[in-house]
Structures are given as C-alpha cells and as structure tokens.
Write a protein that binds this ligand. Structure first.
Ligand SMILES: [Ca+2]
Length: 403
C-alpha cells in the first residue's frame, strides 16, 4: 500500500497576548505593578491614568488638546512596570478639525515613556507636543515631561523636529514620526530619528480615519531597540517605519530607570487640531517558538489513528499571558487534541476537537505547552502537505500575524 504523506509539520501562528478585544472589565486596570496585557479604552475620565493640562473625554476618545491655540495636555498611567521587560504598545489616534498656521494644522501628539517614580506633568506646548522642553535654537527655557525616557511624536505641523524643540533638531519637517530621547526640565529630549508618515502624512483629518500605531521597545545587549509600525486608516496594512533604532545612542539619554510608565501628550501653537487617543493596548514581548515533536512525518494510508505532538516554547525573554496558539491539522479526520503545560505554565483549554486548533496558553519564561494531536489517516493514498506562512512563531516580537 502506498504511503499517504501527511504534512504533519504545522502551520502555526503564535501570538503573544491578544490585545484589545476583551471586555475592559476583564482587564487588570489598576495595580501597583501592571499585569500584562493592559488595555485602556479611554472611554471615561475615570481610567487607569492621571491627566494634566487640557485633557477631556468625549464619546470614547481622550482629547489631549482641542482646537484652541497654544495648549498642551498629557496623560500618564498610574502604575508602572519593570523596564527590563520591553513592551509592545498599540494605540489608536486621530488628529482633526483644527485651523491652519502657515498652511498646516498642528501641532501633533506624542507617545512617551517616563520614569515610574517621577512626578507627572506635561511638557512644553506647540511643536514640543506637550513632551519635550522648548525655547530657542539648541536651548530650552520651558520644561519637558518630568523624568522622561522616550518620546515618539506624531507630528503633523513639523515643529517636533525643530532646533527650538528639545535642545536642538534637524529643522522643522511636517508629517513625520519623530523619536526624541528622554530628559528632565530643560535638559535632554534630544532628537533621535524620524520617518515620514505612511503615505506621507500623519494627520487623520477625522475620527473615522483613525490610525493605529504599534511601538515595540526591546532591551537587547545593553541596547534599547525601538521599532514602529503605523497604518494609514481603518482596514489598511501596518507599515514598518522604524526598525531597531537604539535609543541609548541619543545624546544625553538618561540611564534606564528600574520602572516605567506609558503616557500620551499633545500640543497646539498657532496651528491647531483635536489630538485624540481612542484605545491603548500594552503587552510584553515574548519570543515563542513552535515545533512538531515525536512520531512520524508520514503515515501509511489507512493506518488508522495517527498521533503527533506539537510543543510551543517560550524563551527566557518574558512570561506571557494569553499567547494564542493556532494550528491547522491537515489531512486527518476526527481530530482531537489534549494539552499539558510545564510547571507554572497553563493551557487555556485542556482539550479540543477539529482540524483547527485555536487556543491560548500562559507560558512562563522557559515554559512549554504540549499538544498531543490525534486523527484518522485517509484511506486512500494522497499527498497532503501543509504549507504555511511560517514554521514557527518567532517573528519578532511575539506577534506573527498582522504584519
Ligand atoms: Ca475608546
């Protein structure tokens, strides 16, 4: 009897965490140390953070500035998290409805990180986006966010690149995503790098054209590597705009504190816009891999029940909660599976049936979840191969979908 080659190598998608879709009531919103994943919907003035400056809440959006001139506002989470974990943050923003100065609306908004022990506060208005210090060329006279570590400006007007922002810069440049380093009072906030917005713009023009930005920050070999993705509106692809920029190379960059908080800020000057955040998800990066182990990669047709195992492993980077495990089981029928986890880790479900495994696991550093899959081989000779987007889930950082 001919052998039916069963493609037992698997298509697997392993996603660390599933941000953003569960009921916020299920989320740990307020703890001394954040438990990941974190979700903040900004649907109410009562939320997981504290505001300063011109912040209001409106129909599910946090409005950091309205369309009045010369404003700045900010929000910072109440709780902090260890800085050695790295983070992946996804947020949704809109910038719209303002009036122009010199032909452009503005100024922009920023995602930032600050020392978890620093006082909260807002930076300078206008082109400093409520994050950086500001003043004259290469010199600051008004303060930035206290104890700041990193600011990523979504800058429609262009002032966040200016020499009069954050003790210097390459010069005003509109529609950029701009990375500035940390600082305190009038020191630091130096220019790091910038990239043009997707499609050459960063302004959404309306809430309906909300954009999603993903920022990943990964500690690696004493470096702190920042990557950034943005889409250009609903149902558009995420484009990677910044890849592994090491923020420790920025002039006057502060030493990394032991804990961090996430914040948002925005500013207006002569140019204005509503600068708004709809949603924030934060997770820790995890480096998951997935492998078929044991038992044959081919089986005779009519061989009856076939069993193989799939092991999902978490490396030593971070514990991960709610990692998604997906596997398509080709060729077999009457498929069932059971899951066991290593000590301290947990299977989201102990067992399941069907040719699509779609489940979750909580995996400690170095932890594993092992799926024992059993199905019935086909009765006639057939070549069945399973070709997928990747054999493992290690496409950094912990996500292998949506890119
Ligand atoms: Ca919201």
């Amino acid at each position: 009897m001919a052998a039916a080659v069963l493609g037992l190598g698997l298509i697997a998608a392993v996603t660390a965490g599933t941000p953003g879709h569960a009921d916020p009531a299920d989320r740990p919103a307020h703890r001394a140390t954040l438990a990941f994943p974190v979700h903040e919907a900004f649907d109410s003035a009562t939320n997981s953070g504290t505001t300063s400056g011109t912040v209001t809440f409106d129909n599910g959006w946090m409005r950091l500035t309205n369309t009045s001139t010369s404003q700045a506002g900010s929000w910072q989470m109440n709780d902090s998290f260890p800085s050695d974990l790295g983070i992946i943050a996804d947020f949704q923003y809109a910038s719209w409805g303002g009036s122009t100065y010199d032909g452009r609306r503005g100024d922009g908004l920023a995602f930032f990180l600050a020392d978890g022990t620093a006082a909260r506060g807002t930076g300078s208005l206008g082109g400093a986006l409520g994050y950086a210090c500001a003043g004259s060329a290469n010199s600051c006279s008004t303060n930035g966010v206290p104890g700041a570590i990193l600011g990523v400006g979504i800058d429609e007007f262009g002032g966040f690149s200016s020499a009069t922002t954050g003790n210097g810069g390459p010069g005003g440049a509109a529609n950029k995503i701009v990375v500035r380093g940390g600082g305190d009072k009038t020191t630091g906030y130096r220019f790091g790098t910038s990239a043009s917005g997707p499609g050459g713009s960063v302004e959404t023009g309306s809430r309906a054209k909300v954009r999603t930005v993903r920022i990943s920050l990964l500690p690696k070999d004493k470096k702190l590597l920042l990557s950034l993705w943005s889409n250009s509106g609903p149902d558009t692809a995420m484009t990677q705009l910044i890849t592994d920029f090491d923020i420790t190379t920025i002039t006057d960059q502060p030493k990394l504190p032991s804990t961090l908080r996430v914040g948002f800020s925005a500013g207006t000057g002569g140019a204005t816009n509503n600068h708004e955040i709809a949603d924030l998800d934060i997770n820790v990066p995890a480096n998951l891999s997935i492998a078929k182990t044991g038992t044959p990669s081919s089986a005779r047709a009519g061989a009856g029940r076939v069993t193989y195992t799939v092991t999902v492993s978490n490396d030593a980077t971070n514990d991960v909660t709610g990692a998604q495990v997906r596997d398509s089981v080709p060729g077999l029928t009457s498929v069932s599976w059971t899951c066991t986890a290593s000590t301290g880790s947990a299977c989201g479900a102990a067992s399941g049936t069907g040719n699509t495994i779609d489940t979750t696991a909580d995996l400690k550093r170095g932890g594993t979840a092992t799926y024992t899959v059993t199905g019935t081989a086909p009765t006639s000779p057939t070549t069945l191969r399973n070709r997928g987007p990747g054999r493992n889930g290690t496409e950094s950082p912990g996500y292998c979908q949506n890119f």
